[in-house]
Design a protein around this ligand. Structure first.
Ligand code: NAP
Length: 223
């Protein structure tokens, strides 16, 4: 599968690129506002995996090139900049678009342990409003970049996945379940992302309070 990660030059994108490119059946395309920066990030991913004997298929492109190439397109941008996806609306039509953004209050200079949801109720719903023709799925908000980047350990976290397109949700769940340690849980409609996104500030608080280096995660019992 071709997995494009827009803004994949950041920490979370790097971690996801590493985890997905480990599976040589996937092609990972890192997107950036600057193609050169994306190419550098792709080289970094390839070099880490080469050190583990994996010849990964990773490349870097501008965000629009990456959006065009990907079967699944992950938005790895701070949520307040997700407005750029509107410019990519045509390219993203009919594609599976993963919303991973969390609306932390840092956008107004407040604490990362507080959230400031957009008027649509959640970042995922905001993205769906902008990309009416795409198949928006919400996932990966509660997984830390540190845990993703640490290839020596499984990611100790359940992944809460929300979406109104059952088939798209199932594709994203199958992809995420490939990451060692992750267990995906279907949480129902996209609007459930309102609650999932609110868990992240709590996890940030736990990281600070308990000095958790690889990032706190969550596990749901009883399923
Ligand atoms: N970090 C985590 O542990 C974590 C955990 C859960 C969820 N998330 C979510 O994952 C997403 C990415 O997180 P991150 O920590 O990787 O973010 P980040 O490093 O702050 O930013 C990711 C990328 O966004 C692009 N970007 C920055 N400013 C931009 C702007 N004004 N317009 C367009 N693009 C811009 C940059 O790429 P270019 O300069 O290359 O264009 C940057 O490398 C966010 O939505 C975050 O809420 C992160």
């Amino acid at each position: 599968m071709k997995i494009a990660i827009l803004g994949g030059t950041g920490e979370q994108g790097f971690g996801l690129a590493l985890r997905f490119a480990k599976n040589m059946n996937h092609e990972v395309i890192i997107g950036s506002r600057k193609e050169e920066k994306a190419e550098d990030a792709a080289e970094k991913v390839k070099s880490v995996l080469k050190g583990r004997g994996i010849d990964a298929n990773v490349s870097g492109l501008g965000n629009s090139g990456a959006a065009k190439e990907g079967d699944v397109v992950i938005l790895s941008l701070p949520y307040q900049y997700s407005s750029i996806v509107k410019e990519l609306k045509e390219l993203l039509a009919a594609k599976i678009v993963v919303s991973m953004g969390v609306s932390l209050a840092t956008v107004i200079g407040d604490k990362p342990t507080r959230s400031l949801p957009p008027p649509q109720g959640s970042v995922a719903e905001m993205i769906r409003e902008k990309l009416k023709d795409s198949r928006v799925v919400s996932a990966f908000q509660n997984v830390s970049s540190e845990a993703l980047e640490n290839l020596d350990n499984p990611v100790d976290c359940d992944l809460l996945v929300c979406g109104d397109d059952e088939e798209a949700k199932s594709v994203v769940m199958t992809l995420a379940d490939e990451i060692p340690g992750i267990r995906t849980i279907d949480c129902g409609e996209l609007e459930m992302s309102r609650i999932v996104e609110q868990i992240t500030p709590l996890l940030i608080k736990l990281n600070i309070k308990h000095k958790i280096k690889l990032g706190a995660g969550i596990r749901i019992t009883g399923i």
